[in-house]
Design a protein around this ligand. Structure first.
Ligand code: ADP
Ligand code: MG
Length: 863
């Protein structure tokens, strides 16, 4: 048996895409065969059928309708597959032999442009890493918006690469073979980023080849025009990336214009742990947006604004001058509430021009999407009238960049119907009056009914057949139908085509001619609409830069408005951002907790950190008192200030920090399979290596995951190291009260505690941070609050008493295995003994050392 010609074609194409699921277009379906079919039927829950292919066994097959393929592709991509889309390149109706087909695009997680498959509020980056002995060249591209961010990482490159990956969170990573030796980076990507990561052809990273690809792509004469002259590693990475994109997209990438060559030192250092701990864009446990800093700040009205705000939150700045410019823009809007409201209203509902123009440039935009661009443009004149009133430097910039795009709006308005057909197969996209030829063809098609009616009348007249009628069927087109009773009146010029029970059907020369004209007019009209539509898209695409500029202006304006809106609503203040090295916050609040706990009043607190007497602040206090909240609040306020936002405080003066490092809470790292303590120590090690004098450290209960003495020793040694060597501003919460005596030995250390009001064994949380150390964790009290049974609580107090009585020993209390208790322990155990009574009476919190000695003496006597 021989393979059918179609299957031969299939195999030829599949051979070039062994690692992709091949969507092979067959009429109105995309079909998958063999292994692809088995995978797809399982992953997409499709029925697996078979198709005769000329082999003995039928080919396993499954398929999806072409018009709903997006959802299926999206699901496969999510599951880590790549999909190659193979189209029919000629009309099956007119094709001779097997219809010509080829792959027009490979869809991968990082190369999606379909709006329905993308998340509107975040970028979708593909990363390319070029690993070299001197460091890394890295770029992150979002094809859907046309932006590329690229940087070179040389010193401490591994560490920095992790931070950059944590910042951009790409959905796909490609790299050269050199990167394969970086085993640790590999597992970091697998565990923390969790995206498709693949090695690609090393030749594409070759410097000379890369440079020429880059210059050709950006149409520049030299690397200096792109700021790449001294960035060879970036060039290699960019070359590898562009090549991969060409190979998968199989189309020009002219939408990819925004090259931003940055240095990671322009931004605050935030590693993936700090991002996670501070819950900047997603919460730690549920991975949700609600409950994050972004959630509090986001009052944006457009998808473009949402994405930009997210990138502001992910990339706080460190240059006070730039930060001030952002703050000035926000402040102008805060101070001018009517203006702010007008702008916000005008921004509401402007479609995602940034991604729409990309779709148009790649010629994949549907007529409805093009129409959405027009709708967006309709809003621009009103917006421009408003932006022209802005005064702050960055508002002026928005006004300069905002183009009203009247030509584009007019073009679309005059060429595309208000409610165009979903696709061009049936026509119905182009407006009347846009093209004379099309109008004529349409006229012919729509007038057919009239022609037919007149021919019908004319033939009835001529022949005298009263009930002659003209019908249409697909087999032989238009026909004249004559019932049997009038058969005799049929003239010779009629050609009989079909005989039915009570009538006969004929055709005539005239009818045939009309039919030819009408049918071809219809086809020609559809073809012409298609051509016109392509031309319209090209005309719009030629204005790419102007549309992108407007989109970027809208995004920025939306972000400033959002920040202003939040500042007004939540009663934030403008921070003073400077290079002083001091952080001073008066009446600061936690932006997220105050927003979530709307019903409870949030107690504000001051923060003061400097490089002299308050470099390290040790915070003690019971569990649940508010230590962690206070420390995070400080970190978040600093972050907000450095991204150019107002902050939840009465007053804030923020000496910019170069990075925020955190070790917060007992975040069990279940996924990585490491023990909590190991994770904790790895994180602490990383902090001690990376932090500088200008950093802010948030250390929350270090040393918890091991025995008390171990833990306390480590905690103290870490603090001493920070005091002596690192010099970073540090907030340090601990339950090891013993550490608070460091205040006596180190001028830079200050003790604070979270105040509680105590009454016997009950306490009330006051949530106030006050100077001085505390001496009790109230752990058992907090356990009681948490609902631990009374019996357990009573017993815990007993044990605590025993421990605090100074022997450091505890007797077990078991009713199953009585132990041989002897000597002193017996005495202590019996509840009514004199010894036990004395010990219980002691209030350790008020006991002075002398009293303790006396007590010990007394107890010894008793024994
Ligand atoms: P700790 O770290 O001391 O154990 P947390 O910082 O986790 O305590 O705070 C426990 C809870 O107390 C928080 O979830 C919050 O609901 C509440 N809380 C903390 N600080 C404040 C505050 N300043 N005002 C109001 N409620 C607070
Ligand atoms: Mg805590």
């Amino acid at each position: 048996m021989a393979l059918s010609p179609m299957m031969q074609q299939y195999f030829k194409i599949k051979q070039q895409h062994p690692d992709h699921i091949l969507f092979y277009r067959l009429g109105d379906f995309y079909e998958m065969f063999f292994e692809d079919a088995k995978i797809a039927s399982k992953e997409l829950e499709l029925t697996l059928t078979g198709r005769d292919c000329g082999l003995e066994e039928r080919a396993p097959m499954c398929g999806v309708p072409y018009h709903s393929c997006e959802a299926y592709i999206a699901r496969l991509i999510k599951k880590g597959y790549k999909v190659a889309i193979c189209e029919q390149l000629e009309d099956p109706a007119t094709a001779k032999g097997v219809v010509k087909r080829d792959v027009i695009r490979v869809v991968t997680p990082g190369t999606i442009t379909e709006l329905g498959m993308l998340q509107e509020d975040s970028n979708n980056y593909i990363a390319c890493i070029y690993c070299h002995e001197e460091g890394y060249g890295v770029c992150f591209a979002d094809i859907s918006t046309g932006e590329i961010h690229a940087t070179e990482l040389r010193e401490e490159a591994d560490l920095k690469l992790r931070n950059e990956l944590g910042k951009f969170v790409p959905s796909e990573i490609i790299f050269n073979t050199g990167f394969l030796s970086k085993k640790e980076m590999g597992s970091f990507i697998a565990q923390r980023i969790g995206c498709l990561a693949e090695v690609t052809d090393d030749n594409t990273y070759d410097y000379a080849a890369a440079c020429s690809v880059i210059l050709k792509h950006f149409q520049k004469g030299g690397l200096q025009d792109l700021g790449l002259q001294d960035k060879p590693l970036v060039c290699c990475a960019l070359g590898g990336l562009l090549d991969y994109l060409h190979q998968t997209q199989l189309r020009s990438l002219e939408g990819l214009t925004g090259l931003d060559v940055y240095s990671e030192s322009e931004y605050m250092n935030l590693d993936i742990i700090a991002r996670r701990n501070l819950e900047i864009v997603e919460t730690m446990r549920e991975k949700e947006r609600k409950g994050t800093l972004l959630w509090v700040l986001d009052k944006t009205k457009t998808a473009m604004g949402k994405r930009l705000l997210r990138s502001y939150v992910e990339k706080p700045l460190i240059n006070p001058t730039v930060i001030h410019k952002r703050l000035n823009a926000v402040e102008e809007l805060v101070d001018n509430s009517i203006y702010l409201q007008e702008l916000t209203e005008c921004l509401s509902g402007i479609f995602d021009m940034e991604r729409l123009i990309t779709r148009i440039v790649y010629s994949s935009a549907t007529p409805r999407e093009v129409k959405s661009l027009q709708a967006a443009c309709e809003r621009l004149p009103a917006l421009k009238a408003l932006t022209s009133q802005g005064k702050a430097v960055y508002l002026r910039e928005v006004d300069r960049e905002l183009d009203e795009l009247q030509d584009i709006r007019d073009l679309i308005a005059s060429s595309i119907l208000d409610e165009p057909a979903a696709n061009l197969k049936e026509g119905g996209v182009i407006c009347k009056g846009y093209c004379q030829e099309l109008d004529e063809l349409t006229e012919l098609v729509t007038n057919t009914k009239g022609y037919i009616a007149s021919i019908e009348a004319q033939e009835r007249e001529k022949t005298g057949i009263k009930n002659l009628r003209i019908g249409y069927n697909r087999v032989f087109g238009y026909y004249l139908e004559v019932t049997n009773s009038f058969k005799d009146l049929v003239p010779d010029t009629y050609i009989r085509k079909q005989t039915l029970t009570n009538c006969e059907r004929y055709i005539t020369q005239e009818l045939k001619e009309l039919e030819g004209k009408v049918l071809s007019a219809r086809e020609r009209a559809i073809a012409l609409e298609s051509t016109l539509y392509e031309e319209i898209k090209e005309k719009i695409a030629a204005q790419l830069a102007r549309v992108q500029s407007s989109a970027s202006a809208i995004a920025k304006l939306d972000v400033y408005c959002s920040l202003a809106q939040t500042a007004v609503l939540n009663n934030y203040c403008r921070p003073d951002v400077n290079l002083s090295g001091t952080i001073e916050i008066q009446e600061g609040r936690h932006p997220v907790i105050e927003a979530i706990q709307m019903d409870l009043p949030f107690v504000s607190n001051d923060t003061k950190l400097n490089q002299e007497d308050q470099q390290i602040v040790i915070i003690t206090g019971p569990n649940m008192a508010g230590k962690s909240t206070y420390m995070r609040q400080t970190a978040l306020i600093v972050m907000m200030a450095q991204m150019g936002s107002f902050v939840p405080a009465k007053y804030a003066s923020i000496g910019v920090v170069d990075g925020i490092y955190t070790r917060v809470g007992a975040s069990d790292d279940l996924t990585s399979g490491q023990s909590t303590f190991m994770v904790e120590m790895t994180e602490v090690a990383h902090i001690l290596q990376s932090a500088t004098k200008r950093s802010l450290l948030i250390l929350d209960e270090i040393g918890r995951g091991t025995s008390t003495y171990d833990g306390m020793s480590i905690a103290r040694a870490v603090l001493e190291y920070i005091a002596n060597k690192v010099g970073a501003k540090t907030l340090f919460a601990t339950h090891y009260h013993e550490i608070t005596d460091m205040e006596n030995d180190f001028a830079c250390v200050k003790n604070y505690n979270v105040a509680v009001r105590r009454k016997g064994r009950d306490i009330t949380f006051l949530r106030r941070i006050v100077p001085g150390a505390t001496d009790d964790s109230y752990g058992i009290y907090v356990s009681k609050l948490a609902g631990i049974p009374d019996g357990v609580i009573r017993r815990a107090y007993e044990i605590l008493d025993q421990l605090e009585s100074g022997t450091g020993q505890v007797e077990s209390k078991s009713n199953r295995r009585p132990q041989d208790l002897s000597g002193q322990m017996m005495l202590v155990q019996s509840d009514d003994s004199e010894l036990a009574r004395r010990v219980k009476e002691v209030d350790l919190n008020t006991l002075t050392p002398i009293q303790a000695m006396n007590l010990l003496n007394e107890l010894k006597q008793l024994v």
